[in-house]
Design a protein around this ligand. Structure first.
Ligand code: URA
Length: 433
């Protein structure tokens, strides 16, 4: 077999065989196939696409290129959740305990953040002494005992994807649906859960800006999961503005803990209940979505979900005094209000700009080696559809710099105020099974 022939076959719109796809992934991972041939091949895929069968085969080959995590020592049906990424997305800290509160084990491997969206591990580390590195045995023990553990990704998961994604990033082939879907799903499948719920974001702050593209990506990923033996559901949710009111590490932990204590922040709470309901139905704890939703909602009110959160934090050595009294979480030295210049209604809040403004404050990294400041962040005081008067506060910047001018400018750019009344965007656009 020659890589040249495989490239030409795809370039001309042919359907590749399993042997051809395996030959590429195996050869590229080992370094036998050079970057220039892999570049030409991904460009051919970019233009010609892949069939569902080809995409599933490519994904399985990327899973097989490295280690897979064996979660069989964890009792029960393991369900994972994955978000395609958004600003203010602290849903993992709500959904994890919520699902754990009805006995479904969640063994979550997470990463750090780069750019305008924060990483789950960075946010968790806002809680003093919380350990996210642990031996596999400890991780499994924690999930068995507390139904939830969150750890840094260990092992060499889907190395073919790592190499290919880095190549695609510099040659303009990231935006290919089968390649994105295969890339995300290869890492999820290698992480070992029995079922997967995907939160596919759509809108200005999302990777996929239109509902049509988000739906295509969601369908592609659901097909991959289902055809490779994992029940997969995708929820397409709105990312035309940040989720909830808080952005930043300690800020997001605080807001998540408040939801777990029954606070009603509508979008964040509803999305968390939606995702958790699908997860618990897939785990066969509930017969129907409605039954799941009702019980999970009760667990936000009766303290069970918050208790599951406390128990997981304690098991990972986190300082519980920060959870029991949220004012003990890290904070900043300055709290600067950014106000509106005109009366009207909030028409747009560009989530990406809010994320970048938070990153400038120190809540995120612009390069891999930047240090995170857990106490800084942004509190939104107005969301899309809200009425506003000139001089009223749009956001509060929590900053250690007295004059965070670049963040102020970015936040002002993010908010568009209209004279006409504006409807709040719909939160859940579609569920794909
Ligand atoms: N995220 C991934 O993990 N892979 C892609 O290809 C795009 C986004």
């Amino acid at each position: 077999m020659r890589m040249y022939d495989i490239i030409v076959k795809k370039r001309d719109g042919g359907e590749l065989t399993k042997q051809e796809i395996d030959y590429f992934i195996d050869g590229y991972t080992k370094g036998d196939i050079p970057d220039y041939q892999a570049a030409a091949f991904t460009m051919a895929i970019y233009f010609q696409g892949m069939t569902q069968a080809e995409t599933a085969t490519l994904t399985q080959a990327m899973v097989n290129s490295g280690e897979t995590i064996d979660l069989s020592a964890i009792k029960g049906h393991k369900v994972d959740k994955h978000s395609t990424g958004g600003v203010g997305d602290k849903v993992t800290f709500i959904v994890g305990p919520l699902v754990a509160s009805v006995g479904v084990p969640v063994a979550k491997m997470s990463g750090r953040g780069l750019g305008h969206t924060g990483g789950t591990l960075d946010k968790l580390e806002a809680i003093k002494d919380l350990k996210i590195e642990m031996e596999k045995e400890q991780f499994i023990k924690n999930v068995n005992e507390h139904k939830l553990a969150v750890a840094g990704q260990t092992g060499n998961l889907a190395p073919a994807d790592k190499k290919l994604y880095a190549l695609r990033d510099v040659i303009g082939t990231v935006d290919s649906l089968p390649l994105i879907a295969g890339s995300i799903m290869s890492k999820k499948l290698a992480s070992g859960a029995d079922s997967i719920v995907l939160d596919v974001k759509t809108g200005s702050g999302a990777f996929m800006k239109t509902l049509e593209d988000s739906e295509s990506l969601a369908r592609e990923m659901v097909n991959i999961g289902n055809s490779l033996g994992r029940n997969t559901v995708a929820v397409i949710s709105d990312m035309n503005q940040p989720l909830g009111f808080e952005v930043g590490n300690a800020n997001e932990i605080r807001e998540a803990a408040e939801i777990l204590q029954g606070k009603k922040v509508e979008d964040l709470r509803n999305l968390s209940l939606e995702l958790a309901s699908h997860m618990t139905v897939l785990a066969e704890i509930f017969a129907s979505y409605e039954e799941a939703y009702e019980t999970l909602e009760q667990n936000l009110e009766n303290g069970k979900a918050f208790e599951a959160f406390r128990s997981f934090i304690e098991a990972q050595n986190g300082d519980l005094s920060m959870v029991d009294d949220l004012t003990n979480l890290p904070t900043s030295s300055h709290h600067i209000e950014v106000t509106a210049d005109q009366d009207g209604y909030i028409a747009e809040i560009d989530a990406e700009s809010i994320g970048v403004a938070a990153m400038y404050l120190g809540a995120g990294r612009s390069t891999k080696d930047d240090l995170i400041n857990h106490g800084v962040g942004i509190t939104l005081k107005k969301k899309i559809g809200d009425a506003i008067k000139a001089g009223e506060t749009l956001v509060v910047l929590h900053s250690d710099d007295e004059n965070p001018d670049s963040s102020i400018e970015k936040v002002k750019q993010a908010y568009i105020i209209s004279n006409e009344k504006v409807e709040a965007p719909r939160l859940i656009h579609k569920v794909i099974k």
